[in-house]
Design a protein around this ligand. Structure first.
Ligand code: SAH
Length: 371
Protein backbone atom coordinates (compact mmCIF):
# COMPACT_ATOMS: atom_id res chain seq x y z
CA UNK A 1 0.00 0.00 0.00
CA UNK A 2 1.33 3.44 -0.82
CA UNK A 3 1.49 5.83 2.08
CA UNK A 4 -0.84 8.80 1.79
CA UNK A 5 0.88 12.13 1.42
CA UNK A 6 1.38 13.56 4.86
CA UNK A 7 -0.87 16.50 4.19
CA UNK A 8 -3.99 14.30 4.40
CA UNK A 9 -3.05 13.40 7.95
CA UNK A 10 -2.53 16.96 9.05
CA UNK A 11 -5.92 17.75 10.60
CA UNK A 12 -5.77 14.67 12.80
CA UNK A 13 -3.55 14.51 15.82
CA UNK A 14 -0.91 11.82 15.47
CA UNK A 15 -1.83 8.84 17.62
CA UNK A 16 0.33 8.16 20.65
CA UNK A 17 2.98 5.53 19.90
CA UNK A 18 1.99 1.96 20.69
CA UNK A 19 3.01 0.84 24.16
CA UNK A 20 3.12 -2.48 25.97
CA UNK A 21 0.37 -1.21 28.30
CA UNK A 22 -2.01 -0.85 25.33
CA UNK A 23 -1.88 -4.58 24.72
CA UNK A 24 -3.44 -7.61 26.33
CA UNK A 25 -1.17 -10.65 26.84
CA UNK A 26 -2.04 -12.22 23.46
CA UNK A 27 -1.51 -8.96 21.61
CA UNK A 28 1.78 -8.42 23.42
CA UNK A 29 3.04 -11.87 22.44
CA UNK A 30 2.07 -11.17 18.82
CA UNK A 31 3.87 -7.83 18.91
CA UNK A 32 7.00 -9.44 20.35
CA UNK A 33 6.99 -12.15 17.67
CA UNK A 34 6.52 -9.44 15.04
CA UNK A 35 9.78 -7.92 16.28
CA UNK A 36 11.49 -11.24 15.54
CA UNK A 37 11.80 -12.15 19.23
CA UNK A 38 10.68 -15.38 20.90
CA UNK A 39 7.20 -15.14 22.45
CA UNK A 40 8.46 -15.79 26.01
CA UNK A 41 10.14 -12.38 25.96
CA UNK A 42 6.65 -10.88 26.17
CA UNK A 43 6.25 -12.35 29.62
CA UNK A 44 9.59 -11.05 30.76
CA UNK A 45 8.84 -7.55 29.54
CA UNK A 46 5.41 -7.57 31.15
CA UNK A 47 6.82 -8.84 34.45
CA UNK A 48 9.27 -5.98 34.51
CA UNK A 49 6.64 -3.42 33.60
CA UNK A 50 3.65 -4.52 35.68
CA UNK A 51 5.44 -6.50 38.37
CA UNK A 52 8.47 -4.29 39.02
CA UNK A 53 6.91 -1.06 37.73
CA UNK A 54 9.89 -0.60 35.43
CA UNK A 55 9.38 1.42 32.26
CA UNK A 56 13.00 1.96 31.27
CA UNK A 57 14.05 -0.91 29.05
CA UNK A 58 17.72 -0.31 29.85
CA UNK A 59 17.02 -1.13 33.49
CA UNK A 60 15.59 -4.54 32.51
CA UNK A 61 18.94 -6.23 32.95
CA UNK A 62 17.55 -9.76 32.84
CA UNK A 63 16.98 -9.18 29.12
CA UNK A 64 19.79 -9.48 26.57
CA UNK A 65 20.96 -6.21 25.04
CA UNK A 66 19.56 -7.17 21.63
CA UNK A 67 16.10 -7.72 23.09
CA UNK A 68 16.25 -4.39 24.89
CA UNK A 69 17.33 -2.64 21.71
CA UNK A 70 14.39 -4.06 19.77
CA UNK A 71 11.71 -3.89 22.46
CA UNK A 72 12.52 -0.47 23.89
CA UNK A 73 11.46 1.75 21.00
CA UNK A 74 8.73 -0.63 19.78
CA UNK A 75 6.96 -1.38 23.06
CA UNK A 76 8.19 0.97 25.76
CA UNK A 77 8.29 4.45 24.23
CA UNK A 78 8.17 7.26 26.82
CA UNK A 79 4.50 8.28 26.74
CA UNK A 80 4.57 10.75 29.63
CA UNK A 81 7.25 13.38 30.13
CA UNK A 82 7.17 14.87 33.61
CA UNK A 83 6.95 18.67 33.35
CA UNK A 84 6.79 19.22 37.09
CA UNK A 85 5.56 17.74 40.33
CA UNK A 86 4.28 19.69 43.32
CA UNK A 87 3.89 18.16 46.76
CA UNK A 88 1.87 19.32 49.75
CA UNK A 89 0.13 18.08 52.90
CA UNK A 90 3.46 17.01 54.45
CA UNK A 91 4.47 15.36 51.17
CA UNK A 92 1.56 12.94 51.20
CA UNK A 93 -0.02 14.59 48.13
CA UNK A 94 1.82 14.96 44.87
CA UNK A 95 0.41 16.47 41.69
CA UNK A 96 2.28 15.82 38.47
CA UNK A 97 1.91 17.64 35.17
CA UNK A 98 2.72 15.42 32.19
CA UNK A 99 3.42 16.35 28.60
CA UNK A 100 2.24 13.80 26.06
CA UNK A 101 3.96 13.00 22.76
CA UNK A 102 1.96 15.64 20.88
CA UNK A 103 2.38 18.37 23.48
CA UNK A 104 -1.01 17.83 25.14
CA UNK A 105 -0.86 18.25 28.93
CA UNK A 106 -2.55 16.21 31.63
CA UNK A 107 -2.29 15.98 35.39
CA UNK A 108 -2.48 13.17 37.92
CA UNK A 109 -2.46 13.33 41.72
CA UNK A 110 -1.03 10.69 44.07
CA UNK A 111 -2.18 10.75 47.69
CA UNK A 112 -1.29 8.75 50.78
CA UNK A 113 -3.95 8.62 53.48
CA UNK A 114 -2.47 7.43 56.77
CA UNK A 115 -4.52 4.89 58.72
CA UNK A 116 -7.28 6.55 60.74
CA UNK A 117 -9.65 4.80 63.16
CA UNK A 118 -10.44 1.45 61.62
CA UNK A 119 -9.60 2.65 58.10
CA UNK A 120 -6.38 1.17 56.79
CA UNK A 121 -3.76 3.29 55.12
CA UNK A 122 -4.53 3.96 51.46
CA UNK A 123 -2.39 5.15 48.60
CA UNK A 124 -4.57 6.51 45.83
CA UNK A 125 -3.83 7.93 42.42
CA UNK A 126 -6.32 10.17 40.66
CA UNK A 127 -5.79 9.80 36.91
CA UNK A 128 -6.87 11.69 33.81
CA UNK A 129 -8.67 9.86 31.02
CA UNK A 130 -8.73 12.73 28.52
CA UNK A 131 -6.68 15.85 27.85
CA UNK A 132 -9.30 18.47 28.71
CA UNK A 133 -12.96 17.53 28.88
CA UNK A 134 -15.98 18.06 26.66
CA UNK A 135 -18.65 18.00 29.38
CA UNK A 136 -18.51 21.76 30.10
CA UNK A 137 -19.60 21.70 33.76
CA UNK A 138 -19.35 25.41 34.67
CA UNK A 139 -17.84 24.91 38.15
CA UNK A 140 -14.98 22.66 36.97
CA UNK A 141 -11.68 24.10 35.74
CA UNK A 142 -11.10 21.20 33.34
CA UNK A 143 -14.47 21.76 31.72
CA UNK A 144 -13.68 25.36 30.85
CA UNK A 145 -11.05 24.68 28.20
CA UNK A 146 -12.92 21.98 26.29
CA UNK A 147 -11.67 18.65 25.04
CA UNK A 148 -8.25 18.29 23.44
CA UNK A 149 -8.25 14.52 22.91
CA UNK A 150 -8.79 11.08 24.38
CA UNK A 151 -5.85 9.47 26.12
CA UNK A 152 -4.67 6.09 24.91
CA UNK A 153 -4.83 3.05 27.17
CA UNK A 154 -1.06 3.24 27.60
CA UNK A 155 -1.20 6.91 28.60
CA UNK A 156 -3.75 6.10 31.31
CA UNK A 157 -1.92 3.01 32.61
CA UNK A 158 1.37 4.89 32.62
CA UNK A 159 -0.07 7.47 35.06
CA UNK A 160 -0.94 4.61 37.40
CA UNK A 161 2.41 2.84 37.00
CA UNK A 162 4.29 6.08 37.61
CA UNK A 163 2.31 6.72 40.81
CA UNK A 164 2.85 3.14 41.97
CA UNK A 165 6.55 3.65 41.41
CA UNK A 166 6.59 6.91 43.35
CA UNK A 167 4.81 5.16 46.24
CA UNK A 168 7.18 2.18 46.07
CA UNK A 169 10.13 4.56 46.21
CA UNK A 170 8.75 6.05 49.42
CA UNK A 171 8.20 9.49 47.89
CA UNK A 172 4.76 9.90 49.50
CA UNK A 173 6.28 9.73 52.96
CA UNK A 174 6.21 6.93 55.51
CA UNK A 175 8.54 4.65 53.56
CA UNK A 176 7.93 2.38 50.57
CA UNK A 177 4.26 1.83 49.91
CA UNK A 178 2.04 -0.15 47.55
CA UNK A 179 -0.49 1.72 45.48
CA UNK A 180 -3.90 0.55 46.67
CA UNK A 181 -6.54 2.66 44.89
CA UNK A 182 -7.12 4.29 41.53
CA UNK A 183 -9.81 6.89 40.92
CA UNK A 184 -10.74 8.08 37.44
CA UNK A 185 -11.44 11.56 38.77
CA UNK A 186 -8.75 13.57 37.06
CA UNK A 187 -9.20 15.42 33.80
CA UNK A 188 -11.79 14.16 31.38
CA UNK A 189 -14.93 12.08 31.28
CA UNK A 190 -13.81 8.45 31.43
CA UNK A 191 -16.96 7.03 29.85
CA UNK A 192 -16.56 9.38 26.86
CA UNK A 193 -13.27 7.54 26.16
CA UNK A 194 -14.89 4.17 26.67
CA UNK A 195 -12.82 1.49 24.88
CA UNK A 196 -9.48 2.88 26.06
CA UNK A 197 -10.66 3.29 29.64
CA UNK A 198 -12.07 -0.25 29.71
CA UNK A 199 -8.80 -1.66 28.35
CA UNK A 200 -6.92 0.35 31.00
CA UNK A 201 -9.20 -1.08 33.71
CA UNK A 202 -8.32 -4.58 32.55
CA UNK A 203 -4.60 -3.77 32.73
CA UNK A 204 -5.07 -2.45 36.28
CA UNK A 205 -7.09 -5.46 37.46
CA UNK A 206 -5.34 -8.37 35.74
CA UNK A 207 -2.65 -10.00 37.82
CA UNK A 208 1.02 -9.69 36.83
CA UNK A 209 2.35 -10.27 34.26
CA UNK A 210 -0.92 -9.33 32.50
CA UNK A 211 -1.53 -6.26 34.66
CA UNK A 212 -0.96 -4.48 37.94
CA UNK A 213 -3.21 -6.77 39.99
CA UNK A 214 -5.19 -4.05 41.82
CA UNK A 215 -8.45 -5.00 43.48
CA UNK A 216 -11.58 -4.20 41.46
CA UNK A 217 -13.40 -2.47 44.24
CA UNK A 218 -10.48 -0.18 44.95
CA UNK A 219 -10.78 1.27 41.44
CA UNK A 220 -13.43 3.96 40.98
CA UNK A 221 -14.77 5.24 37.68
CA UNK A 222 -16.49 8.60 38.05
CA UNK A 223 -18.94 9.82 35.43
CA UNK A 224 -21.21 12.77 34.70
CA UNK A 225 -23.84 10.15 33.87
CA UNK A 226 -23.46 8.87 30.31
CA UNK A 227 -26.30 6.39 30.68
CA UNK A 228 -25.66 3.97 27.80
CA UNK A 229 -21.99 3.76 28.77
CA UNK A 230 -22.85 3.03 32.44
CA UNK A 231 -25.05 0.16 31.25
CA UNK A 232 -22.33 -1.09 28.94
CA UNK A 233 -19.77 -0.94 31.76
CA UNK A 234 -22.06 -3.07 33.92
CA UNK A 235 -22.13 -5.67 31.14
CA UNK A 236 -18.31 -5.84 31.06
CA UNK A 237 -18.46 -7.38 34.57
CA UNK A 238 -15.35 -5.52 35.64
CA UNK A 239 -17.04 -4.79 38.98
CA UNK A 240 -15.11 -1.61 39.61
CA UNK A 241 -16.73 1.00 41.86
CA UNK A 242 -18.99 3.51 40.15
CA UNK A 243 -19.28 7.16 41.13
CA UNK A 244 -21.87 9.48 39.64
CA UNK A 245 -21.37 13.25 39.66
CA UNK A 246 -24.91 14.34 40.50
CA UNK A 247 -24.55 17.80 42.10
CA UNK A 248 -28.32 18.42 42.07
CA UNK A 249 -31.35 16.22 42.78
CA UNK A 250 -33.62 18.07 40.33
CA UNK A 251 -33.35 18.32 36.56
CA UNK A 252 -33.91 22.05 36.48
CA UNK A 253 -30.74 22.82 38.42
CA UNK A 254 -28.74 19.85 37.15
CA UNK A 255 -29.34 20.95 33.56
CA UNK A 256 -27.24 24.02 34.34
CA UNK A 257 -24.54 22.39 36.51
CA UNK A 258 -23.97 19.26 34.45
CA UNK A 259 -25.07 20.15 30.92
CA UNK A 260 -25.24 16.51 29.76
CA UNK A 261 -28.28 16.22 32.05
CA UNK A 262 -30.27 17.73 29.20
CA UNK A 263 -29.64 14.46 27.37
CA UNK A 264 -29.81 11.99 30.29
CA UNK A 265 -31.79 13.38 33.22
CA UNK A 266 -31.42 12.51 36.92
CA UNK A 267 -33.98 9.66 36.87
CA UNK A 268 -32.25 7.88 34.00
CA UNK A 269 -28.78 8.34 35.49
CA UNK A 270 -29.85 6.90 38.85
CA UNK A 271 -31.69 4.02 37.19
CA UNK A 272 -28.51 3.10 35.31
CA UNK A 273 -26.44 3.41 38.49
CA UNK A 274 -28.99 1.21 40.32
CA UNK A 275 -28.62 -1.43 37.63
CA UNK A 276 -24.86 -1.22 38.03
CA UNK A 277 -25.13 -1.63 41.82
CA UNK A 278 -27.57 -4.52 41.43
CA UNK A 279 -24.97 -6.31 39.40
CA UNK A 280 -21.97 -5.70 41.67
CA UNK A 281 -23.94 -5.88 44.92
CA UNK A 282 -22.08 -2.81 46.13
CA UNK A 283 -22.97 0.79 46.71
CA UNK A 284 -22.20 3.45 44.16
CA UNK A 285 -21.19 6.92 45.23
CA UNK A 286 -23.03 10.06 44.40
CA UNK A 287 -20.70 13.04 44.21
CA UNK A 288 -22.18 16.35 45.20
CA UNK A 289 -20.10 19.55 45.16
CA UNK A 290 -21.46 21.90 47.80
CA UNK A 291 -21.93 25.25 46.06
CA UNK A 292 -23.02 28.15 48.25
CA UNK A 293 -26.64 29.21 47.63
CA UNK A 294 -26.75 27.16 44.43
CA UNK A 295 -27.39 23.54 45.43
CA UNK A 296 -26.98 23.53 49.22
CA UNK A 297 -30.51 24.47 50.41
CA UNK A 298 -32.24 22.29 53.06
CA UNK A 299 -35.01 21.49 50.53
CA UNK A 300 -32.45 20.09 48.14
CA UNK A 301 -30.93 18.00 50.92
CA UNK A 302 -34.39 16.57 51.61
CA UNK A 303 -35.03 15.96 47.94
CA UNK A 304 -31.67 14.23 47.53
CA UNK A 305 -32.27 12.18 50.67
CA UNK A 306 -35.71 11.03 49.47
CA UNK A 307 -34.26 10.18 46.08
CA UNK A 308 -31.39 8.12 47.47
CA UNK A 309 -32.86 6.56 50.63
CA UNK A 310 -34.26 3.51 48.79
CA UNK A 311 -31.12 3.09 46.69
CA UNK A 312 -27.77 1.36 47.20
CA UNK A 313 -25.96 4.70 47.16
CA UNK A 314 -23.62 6.67 49.34
CA UNK A 315 -23.20 10.45 49.12
CA UNK A 316 -19.79 12.04 48.91
CA UNK A 317 -20.07 15.78 49.49
CA UNK A 318 -17.22 17.80 48.00
CA UNK A 319 -16.71 21.30 49.38
CA UNK A 320 -16.46 23.36 46.17
CA UNK A 321 -12.84 24.01 45.30
CA UNK A 322 -11.98 27.40 43.86
CA UNK A 323 -11.38 27.61 40.11
CA UNK A 324 -10.16 30.61 38.13
CA UNK A 325 -12.85 33.08 37.16
CA UNK A 326 -15.65 31.19 38.92
CA UNK A 327 -18.36 33.25 40.58
CA UNK A 328 -19.14 30.40 43.00
CA UNK A 329 -18.00 29.63 46.53
CA UNK A 330 -18.10 26.61 48.79
CA UNK A 331 -21.05 26.34 51.16
CA UNK A 332 -20.63 27.63 54.68
CA UNK A 333 -19.74 24.88 57.18
CA UNK A 334 -23.02 25.11 59.17
CA UNK A 335 -24.94 24.79 55.90
CA UNK A 336 -22.85 21.76 54.98
CA UNK A 337 -23.48 20.20 58.40
CA UNK A 338 -27.22 20.71 58.07
CA UNK A 339 -27.14 19.14 54.59
CA UNK A 340 -25.33 16.10 56.01
CA UNK A 341 -27.79 15.87 58.91
CA UNK A 342 -30.82 15.85 56.64
CA UNK A 343 -29.36 13.09 54.50
CA UNK A 344 -28.49 11.01 57.56
CA UNK A 345 -31.96 11.43 59.02
CA UNK A 346 -33.21 9.72 55.88
CA UNK A 347 -30.72 6.91 56.36
CA UNK A 348 -28.44 7.89 53.49
CA UNK A 349 -24.73 7.29 54.22
CA UNK A 350 -22.70 10.48 53.73
CA UNK A 351 -19.04 11.40 53.84
CA UNK A 352 -17.46 14.79 53.24
CA UNK A 353 -14.44 14.62 50.99
CA UNK A 354 -11.26 16.28 52.18
CA UNK A 355 -9.82 19.15 50.22
CA UNK A 356 -6.51 17.43 49.58
CA UNK A 357 -4.18 19.23 47.25
CA UNK A 358 -6.21 22.42 47.16
CA UNK A 359 -3.19 24.66 47.71
CA UNK A 360 -1.45 23.16 44.67
CA UNK A 361 -4.62 23.30 42.54
CA UNK A 362 -4.69 19.53 42.72
CA UNK A 363 -8.12 19.07 44.28
CA UNK A 364 -11.37 18.00 42.56
CA UNK A 365 -12.24 20.23 39.65
CA UNK A 366 -8.98 22.18 39.75
CA UNK A 367 -6.95 20.24 37.21
CA UNK A 368 -6.41 22.50 34.24
CA UNK A 369 -2.90 21.53 33.11
CA UNK A 370 -1.51 24.90 32.19
CA UNK A 371 2.14 24.55 31.29
N1 SAH B 1 -15.89 13.69 34.41
C1 SAH B 1 -15.96 12.78 35.52
C2 SAH B 1 -14.63 12.61 36.20
C3 SAH B 1 -14.14 13.85 36.93
S1 SAH B 1 -14.27 13.52 38.62
C4 SAH B 1 -17.03 13.25 36.48
O1 SAH B 1 -17.46 14.37 36.35
O2 SAH B 1 -17.44 12.48 37.32
C5 SAH B 1 -14.06 15.05 39.33
C6 SAH B 1 -15.13 15.28 40.38
O3 SAH B 1 -14.93 16.59 40.92
C7 SAH B 1 -16.50 15.30 39.75
O4 SAH B 1 -17.46 14.83 40.66
C8 SAH B 1 -16.69 16.78 39.51
O5 SAH B 1 -18.02 17.13 39.34
C9 SAH B 1 -16.09 17.35 40.77
N2 SAH B 1 -15.74 18.75 40.62
C10 SAH B 1 -15.53 19.46 39.50
N3 SAH B 1 -15.21 20.73 39.77
C11 SAH B 1 -15.20 20.84 41.11
C12 SAH B 1 -14.93 21.91 42.00
N4 SAH B 1 -14.59 23.11 41.55
N5 SAH B 1 -15.00 21.66 43.31
C13 SAH B 1 -15.32 20.42 43.77
N6 SAH B 1 -15.58 19.38 42.98
C14 SAH B 1 -15.53 19.59 41.66
Amino acid sequence: MTALPLVFDAPRRARPPRHLADLDPAELRAAVVELGLPAFRADQLARQYFGRLESDVQAMTDLPAAVRAAAGPALLPALLAEVRSLTTDADTTRKTLWRLHDGALVESVAMRYPAAGDARERVTVCVSSQAGCGMACPFCATGQAGLTRNLSTGEIVEQVRAAARVAADGALGGGPRRLSNVVFMGMGEPLANYPRVVAALRRLIDTPPAGLGLSRRSITVSTVGLVPAIRQLAAERLDVTLAVSLHAPDDELRNTLVPVNNRWPVGEVLAAADAYAAQTGRRYSVEYAMIRDVNDQPERADLLGDLLAPRLAHVNLIPLNPTPGSQWDASAKPVEREFVRRLRVRGVPVTVRDTRGRDIDGACGQLAASG
